[in-house]
Design a protein around this ligand. Structure first.
Ligand SMILES: Cc1cc2nc3c(=O)[nH]c(=O)nc-3n(C[C@H](O)[C@H](O)[C@H](O)COP(=O)(O)OP(=O)(O)OC[C@H]3O[C@@H](n4cnc5c(N)ncnc54)[C@H](O)[C@@H]3O)c2cc1C
Ligand code: SF4
Ligand code: SF4
Length: 394
C-alpha cells in the first residue's frame, strides 16, 4: 500500500524557518535540513503558501516512508516517482474533498493525473485565510428570455497570487449563516480560464455559473449571489482544489471532452491553454449538449472557431421540430470517430456536467466498444490507471 508523504527539497530550501513557525502540529523540525515527520503531518497546508521558495511543496506516494534521519542526510530529493504519483492529495479541506469525491461519479474516473500534467497546488487559501477576489466582469452567456441563465464571471485577485491549473475548482464562500447559525457551506466552481489567466499573464480567472433554482422553487444560494454580482463586488475564495482532473501538458495528446451546460467550463480552459501554447496540438473533440442553441453557454464564441481547432458536436434536446438528441446519441452516431479515439493510447477523456451525463456516456462507450471489437470494461480500467479517463458531475 502506498502512503502519501510530504517532503522538503533540501536543494531549494533557504532554511528561513518560516514553515516550522507556521506548522500547527509540530511536524516540521530542522537540524541539517528542514524535514517533515510523516507520522504527524496532517496535510493542513498552512506551511505551503508562506514558503518563499516552493521547497516545501513536494508530495511523494511511497511504499515505505522516508525517515527523519534519511531526510536529514539528503542533499537533493530522491528521484521522483512518475508525475502522477507526486501530486498533493485532491484536497486537504474535508468539505472540498467530500464534494470532489461525490463529483468523481458513480463509476469513478482516474484517481491519478495524466502523466504529463503540471504539478497542481491545492488548498493554498483556506476558510481561515481566504483569498479576496474582486469581480471585474459578469456577462450572461446564454440568450436572455431562455430558462437557462448562465454567466461568465471574471474574478481578479489583485496582489494575492492565486495559482491554478485547468481542470481545478475553487471554493466560493457565500456570506452569512444557515438556519442553524453556521457559516454557509462552500460551493465549488470549475475554473474556466487557462493557468496564465483569463487575460494572459494576469492574476485572474473566469467561472461559468448557472443560476440554479432549487426543486422547492427557491433560488439556489451561491449561484444566484454570484450571477447577481456587479463589477467591483468582493468575495472570499478558497482553494484551488483537485489534483487529478487535469489536462496533459504533452501537446501531442488528443482530448475527447464530453459535457452538458456549465460542464463546458474546464474545457474552455483546456482548449484556450492549447491554443495559447501549442500551435500544432493534438486533436480536440467537444461533445456538448444543451436544450437549444440559445441555452448553450458560449454558443457565439464557439461558432467562431474552426473545426480543425476544436472539433465540435453540438447536440440539442429541445429544438422545435427536431427529434430530441442527447450527447450519448451523438457519441453513438460518431462511433467511428470515438472508436478511433479510444484505440489511440494518447487520447484523454473528460466528462463534466450534470449527474445524469455519466450513465449515458458509459452506456454509449460500452456500445461503441462492442461494435468495434474493443473491451470497454478492460479499456476503462486501463485508461483510469493511466490517468486518461476523468469524470466530474454534480
Ligand atoms: C466539482 C464541482 C464543480 C462544479 N462546477 C460548477 C461550475 O463550473 N458551474 C456551476 O454553475 N456549478 C458548478 N458546480 C455546482 C455548484 O457547486 C453549486 O452546487 C451550484 O451552483 C448550486 O449552488 P447554489 O448554492 O446556487 O444552490 P443550492 O442552494 O445549494 O441548491 C442546490 C440545488 O441546485 C441543483 N444544481 C446544482 N448545480 C446545478 C447546475 N449547474 N444546474 C442545474 N442544477 C444544479 C442541485 O441538484 C440542488 O438541487 C460544481 C460542483 C462541483 C461539486
Ligand atoms: S502540511 Fe500542515 S501539518 Fe504538514 S508540515 Fe505543513 S503545516 Fe505542518
Ligand atoms: S519555508 Fe520553505 S525555504 Fe523556508 S525553511 Fe521552510 S521549506 Fe525551507
Amino acid at each position: 500500500m502506498t502512503i502519501r508523504q510530504h517532503l522538503i527539497d533540501p536543494e531549494i530550501c533557504i532554511r528561513c524557518n518560516t514553515c516550522e513557525t507556521r506548522c500547527p502540529t509540530g511536524a516540521i523540525s530542522h537540524d541539517r535540513n528542514y524535514v517533515v515527520n510523516v507520522d504527524i503531518c496532517n496535510f493542513c497546508m498552512r506551511c505551503v503558501r508562506p514558503c518563499p521558495t516552493g521547497a516545501i511543496d513536494n508530495w511523494f506516494d511511497v511504499e515505505t516512508p522516508f525517515t527523519l534521519d534519511e531526510q536529514h542526510g539528503w542533499q537533493f530529493l530522491p528521484p521522483r516517482p512518475a508525475a502522477a504519483d507526486v501530486a498533493p492529495p485532491d484536497a486537504f479541506d474535508d468539505e472540498a474533498a467530500d464534494l470532489l469525491a461525490r463529483a468523481a461519479g458513480a463509476m469513478g474516473g482516474a484517481a491519478r493525473a495524466p502523466a504529463s500534467a503540471a504539478h497542481p497546488q491545492v488548498n493554498v487559501y483556506t476558510r481561515a485565510d481566504p483569498a479576496h477576489a474582486t469581480v471585474t466582469g459578469n456577462a450572461r452567456i446564454t440568450e436572455s428570455g431562455t430558462d437557462s441563465d448562465v454567466h461568465h464571471i471574471i474574478l481578479d485577485f489583485g496582489s494575492e497570487y492565486f495559482p491554478y491549473l485547468e481542470g481545478q475548482s475553487i471554493g466560493v464562500l457565500p456570506p452569512g449563516t444557515d438556519a442553524e447559525g453556521r457559516p454557509h457551506a462552500m460551493r465549488l466552481y470549475s475554473v474556466a480560464s487557462p493557468r496564465d489567466g483569463e487575460k494572459p499573464n494576469t492574476n485572474n480567472m473566469s467561472l461559468t455559473v448557472k443560476r440554479v433554482m432549487r426543486s422547492d422553487g427557491q433560488p439556489g444560494l451561491a449561484s444566484n449571489w454570484l450571477c447577481d454580482m456587479a463589477v467591483g463586488d468582493r468575495l472570499d475564495v478558497i482553494g484551488p482544489f483537485g489534483s487529478t482532473y487535469l489536462m496533459p501538458d504533452d501537446p501531442t495528446t488528443d482530448l475527447l471532452m464530453i459535457c452538458t451546460g456549465t460542464g463546458v467550463s474546464p474545457f474552455r480552459a483546456f482548449s484556450l491553454r492549447r491554443r495559447r501554447t501549442a500551435p500544432e496540438p493534438g486533436r480536440m473533440y467537444l461533445f456538448f449538449g444543451a436544450r437549444t442553441p440559445e441555452e448553450l453557454p458560449y454558443f457565439g464564441p464557439l461558432q467562431r472557431l474552426l473545426q480543425s481547432q476544436l472539433h465540435r458536436e453540438l447536440v440539442y434536446s429541445r429544438q422545435p421540430a427536431a427529434e430530441r438528441e442527447y450527447v450519448q446519441d451523438r457519441l453513438l452516431q460518431r462511433h467511428d470517430l470515438v472508436a478511433d479515439a479510444l484505440r489511440n493510447p494518447k487520447t484523454y477523456i473528460y466528462v463534466c456536467g450534470l449527474r445524469g451525463l455519466e450513465e449515458g456516456v458509459e452506456t454509449a462507450m460500452a456500445e461503441i466498444c462492442a461494435r468495434h471489437d474493443l473491451d470497454w470494461p478492460a479499456l476503462r480500467l486501463q485508461m483510469c490507471d493511466e490517468g486518461r479517463l476523468h469524470i466530474e458531475t454534480y
